[in-house]
Design a protein around this ligand. Structure first.
Ligand code: BGC
Length: 477
């Protein structure tokens, strides 16, 4: 009896150890990229100009090194190598984005570019032939420039154009693509409507970014409904959106700073997530109230943040099958008014101080998302670490292991329903205004070689093991 008890206790300890090291059955591991950051071929085979092409060509002074994505990693010509890299990583999924102007050069249905359709067909087929599932982002910041000339995301009509573009994608790829992300990180790309230093460079701070937000939330919901009503029965996939935060943590444990942390979360993530993922729908109350009050105090006849009708609120809420979440760092925040007037920062009454990369920020963020928006599986669609470049990137391995340990705790201890994880990035790429100097890749890319030679870093070998065993090695647990 005693022996049996001891034996049982050993078994329990052993299985508890396995449980904390082990990712759940069916967990999806992979790596992520985005079209403008890797494809190149910016004007080849009928591709139209995007707002990123326009921005990088016209604002070299805002980009480190004055570089562009004209060639980038040349993945338009080297996608087969990319798939082999993913295969060597034992990836279950590849998260990539489709360039809207490669498929619809003018953004509209007047021209459908068959070469663009073919490119993504080839990529998808190559992935599937190698046992890798596509996880496709429809919009990773490269709007057709033709649509920017009519206002881009600040024009509510953009939702119509986005729905038609999405229909082209479902019709052409939906038989094989089962995971769709409508938008990547709208909290980041609406800045292009608040400042000059991001495409499309429209500095209407505190106004344009809210108009864009309003259109994006509606456009997302319309695409989910399109899928739900016209494609789901035949294609049986899932549609979500990817939202990000650098976990806002209170600088001190004062009530004011704790409240500032929560306000920061609602202004960054809640402004998109609350309308879609909560029972009540609509913008978070704190956001509504602060923007309305400031708009009134500024003597405006209307709030800078547009309003949804009751019908829209109901149409938007529940319009997702999963929650895509990106996380890179923690930001310490404190209460106080800063930033130009008007601006989202000023409306939020939050002052951000230092940034830090730590695992608990990710665990807290996962718990916060799971509590605020219960009932949705979460895919971590980006998590990554930048350095200045090195093949023996032990710093990156340490970052990934710390973060994945936090993900395991969130799953196994806190019960957060995380179902997948994509590392940013498959390879070094064009890091927006940072040009080519920030390196996020599991693979190094030699941007001076005409072949854009790819070389695995140490982290690639490490992740390949982890992706195949789905287990965090003991020493990191
Ligand atoms: C974006 C990526 C970017 C990465 C690293 C995320 O905000 O989705 O496009 O390269 O962060 O900066």
């Amino acid at each position: 009896m005693r022996l049996l008890t001891v034996f049982t206790a050993v078994l329990v300890v052993a299985s508890a150890q396995t449980a904390t090291n082990q990712f759940p059955e069916g967990f999806m591991f992979g790596a992520a990229t985005a079209a403008y950051q890797i494809e190149g071929a910016w004007n080849e085979d009928g591709k139209g100009e995007s707002i990123q092409d326009y921005y990088f060509h016209n604002h070299p002074e805002l980009i480190i090194g004055g570089v562009t994505g004209d060639v980038a990693c040349d993945s338009y010509h080297r996608y087969q190598e990319d798939v082999q890299m993913l295969k060597a990583l034992n990836a279950d999924v590849y998260r990539f984005s489709i360039s809207w102007p490669r498929v619809l050069p003018n953004g509209d249905l007047d021209v459908i570019n068959q070469a663009g359709i073919d490119y993504y067909n080839n990529l998808i087929n190559e992935l599937l032939a190698n046992g890798i599932q596509p996880l496709v982002t429809m919009y990773h910041w490269d709007l057709p420039q033709a649509l920017q000339y009519i206002g881009g995301w600040s024009n509510e009509l953009m939702a119509e154009y986005f729905v038609e573009y999405a229909r082209v994608l479902f019709e052409n790829y939906g038989d094989r693509v089962k995971w769709w992300i409508t938008f990547n990180e709208p909290a980041v790309f609406v800045n292009g409507y608040a400042t000059e230093s991001a495409a499309p460079s429209q500095p209407a701070s505190g106004i344009g970014d809210y108009l864009a937000t309003h259109t994006i939330v509606k456009a997302h919901a319309r695409v989910w409904h399109l899928y739900d009503e016209q494609f789901r029965a035949a294609q049986n996939g899932s549609v979500g959106i990817t939202l990000n935060m650098d976990w806002p943590a209170a600088l001190t444990n004062s009530t004011e700073d704790e409240e500032a942390g929560e306000r920061a979360r609602q202004f960054q993530m809640g402004i998109f997530a609350h309308p879609i993922y909560t029972q009540d729908g609509d913008y978070p109350a704190v956001v509504r109230q602060l923007v309305d009050a400031n708009s009134e105090a500024e003597g405006r006849p209307r709030s800078r943040l547009p309003t949804f009708t009751q019908e829209e609120i109901e149409y938007i809420r529940g319009s997702a099958d999963f929650f895509g979440m990106n996380h890179y760092a923690t930001t310490y925040v404190t209460s106080g008014v800063t930033g130009e007037s008007p601006s989202k920062t000023r409306d939020s009454a939050v002052i951000s101080s230092s940034h830090e990369r730590n695992p608990w920020g990710l665990r807290n963020q996962l718990n916060w998302v799971a509590n605020q928006y219960p009932g949705y599986p979460i895919i971590i669609s980006e998590n990554g670490y930048a350095n200045a470049g090195a093949l023996n990137d032990t710093d990156r391995i340490e970052y990934f292991t710390a973060c994945l340990g936090a993900v395991l705790e969130a799953i196994n201890t806190d019960g957060v329903p995380v179902i997948g994880y994509a590392a940013w990035s498959l390879m070094d790429d064009l890091e927006w205004n940072w040009g080519f100097i920030l390196k996020y890749g599991l693979y190094e890319v030699d941007f001076n070689s005409p072949n854009r030679t790819r070389t695995p870093k140490e982290s690639a070998g490490f992740m390949a093991e982890l992706f195949s065993s789905k287990q965090l090695p003991d020493q990191y647990n």
